[in-house]
Design a protein around this ligand. Structure first.
Ligand SMILES: [Zn+2]
Ligand SMILES: [Zn+2]
Length: 253
C-alpha cells in the first residue's frame, strides 16, 4: 500500500491511497486542478482514481467534491448526514454513494472501514484502509479522544493523525474566545499533546505516524514535531502532512 497527503490543514484536506491496484482519494478539500497536479508530482494520473470518499461536511473536506466528480467522473462516497448538509453547495453530483458511519466499503481486495468520530461535523467518520494485513488510518477532525479509539489505533501500521494545535499558541493566539473553546472542546480537534499521547498509549504496531491537519495560527510543524518527539521518543518514525503541498509517497508496511 502506498499513500501521500495532497494537502492537510484547515485550508483543505486530501489524501491519496493506492492499494492492490485500487486508487482512492479521501476528502476533497483542494481544487480538482491542484489534486491533479499534486498527484502528477508522484507520476499518478487522477483519471485512474476510482472514487473520492468524504469524511464529513466541513468545507475543508468536502468543498471540491462536486467538481472532482464532474471533471474526472469520480463517484462521491459520503454519509447520509454529510450529504444532506453539503449537497446544496456542491453543484450537480450524479453519482453519490451514501453509507452509514460504521459501514465497511469494499473496493476489490481493499477494505475501507469507517469509524464514527466525536467531531462537530455532521455524521463524520475517520477511515481505516486495509489490504494484505496492512492497515492505514486517516484520523483527522476527531473532536476528542472518544471512547474506543484506542482499539482502532492498536491495529494500525501507518496513521495520519490530526495534531491540530499547541495549547499555549491557541490560548495566546488571535482567535476569539468562543472559537478557542470550540477547537479544544469535545467537538473540535486534538492538540499536539493529545495526539502524541494517544499514540503512546495505544499504538501497538505503528511503523509511521504522519502528523496532519495542523492549524496555521495555533501551531507550527516544528512545535508539533518537537511535542510528538518529546512524548514518543527521538527514534519514533514521524512524518508531516503539509498545509500547502504534496507529501512524500509513503509505503505502508
Ligand atoms: Zn478539517
Ligand atoms: Zn471538521
Amino acid at each position: 500500500m502506498l499513500t501521500c497527503s495532497l494537502q492537510s490543514g484547515s485550508n483543505g484536506n486530501s489524501f491519496y491511497v493506492e492499494s492492490n491496484g485500487v486508487r482512492l482519494l479521501f476528502d476533497a478539500g483542494i481544487s480538482a486542478r491542484s489534486s491533479q497536479e499534486r498527484l502528477a508530482e508522484h507520476n499518478r494520473d487522477i483519471r485512474e482514481v476510482e472514487a473520492v470518499i468524504i469524511s464529513h461536511n466541513h468545507s475543508d473536506h468536502v468543498k471540491h467534491a462536486g467538481v472532482l466528480h464532474r471533471k474526472f467522473s469520480l463517484p462521491v462516497y459520503m454519509t447520509h448526514g454529510a450529504w444532506r448538509a453539503s449537497r446544496g453547495k456542491l453543484g450537480v453530483v450524479n453519482d453519490v454513494r451514501l453509507f452509514d458511519a460504521g459501514d465497511c466499503l469494499q473496493f476489490d481486495g481493499t477494505t475501507v472501514e469507517t469509524v464514527p468520530t466525536a467531531h462537530d461535523g455532521i455524521d463524520g467518520v475517520a477511515f481505516i484502509i486495509s489490504s494484505e494485513n496492512k492497515k492505514l488510518g486517516i484520523f483527522t477532525d476527531l473532536g476528542h479522544r472518544f471512547e474506543g479509539i484506542e482499539k482502532w489505533m492498536a491495529e494500525l501500521d501507518a496513521l495520519y493523525l490530526e495534531s491540530n494545535y499547541d495549547n499555549e499558541m491557541l490560548e495566546n493566539g488571535p482567535y476569539p474566545h468562543w472559537l478557542k473553546n470550540r477547537i479544544r472542546g469535545d467537538g473540535g480537534h486534538l492538540s499536539n499533546t493529545e495526539a502524541a499521547q494517544l499514540v503512546d498509549d495505544s499504538a501497538q504496531r505503528l511503523q509511521l505516524l504522519i502528523l496532519s491537519h495542523l492549524s496555521e495560527h495555533n501551531n507550527s510543524p516544528e512545535i508539533a514535531l518537537t511535542t510528538a518527539r518529546n512524548i514518543l521518543g527521538a527514534d519514533f518514525p514521524i512524518a508531516m502532512a503539509h498545509r500547502s503541498q504534496v507529501s512524500d509517497m509513503f509505503a505502508v508496511g
